[in-house]
Design a protein around this ligand. Structure first.
Ligand code: AMP
Length: 113
């Protein structure tokens, strides 16, 4: 199996890494859709949110808490930011290793496109 985000997590592909810990790696999105756009990615390969198991519940919470911390560091927490996980093609998922998008630094639109 060849997974881009497994390669980034394993340092076999380049990325602008923001921070990492034993459970996840956060890095800048290569095609940012907002002034702040980074991804928080679990080290564990999980293809889509539909594959999350009971054992992954704390991992998902951890991704959100890491995202909150980085959003604070990047000065967008108080202004507001958006966190998104796309699941499957109609939502626009293009990399099949779950990742939390964190977007900020501009006004977000609702409903999303
Ligand atoms: P999604 O479409 O929800 O699966 O999101 C995948 C995201 O990964 C997109 O926002 C891409 O711009 C981003 N992406 C793809 N390749 C890379 C890469 N090599 N480094 C950083 N971000 C990437």
């Amino acid at each position: 199996m060849d997974c881009l985000f497994c390669r980034i997590v394993g340092k076999k592909a380049p990325a602008k890494i923001i921070c990492e810990d034993e459970k996840c790696v956060a890095f800048e999105d290569i095609a940012p859709q907002a002034p702040v756009h980074f991804l928080v990615v679990p080290r564990k390969h999980i293809a889509t949110t539909l594959e999350l198991g009971d054992e992954d519940e704390s991992l998902v919470g951890h991704l959100f808490r890491v995202a909150n911390r980085i959003a604070g560091d990047k000065q967008v927490a108080g202004r507001g930011f958006r966190m998104v996980m796309n699941t499957n093609p109609e939502a626009g998922q293009s990399v099949y290793h779950i990742h939390l998008h964190v977007l900020g630094g501009r006004r977000m639109h609702w409903p999303p496109g």
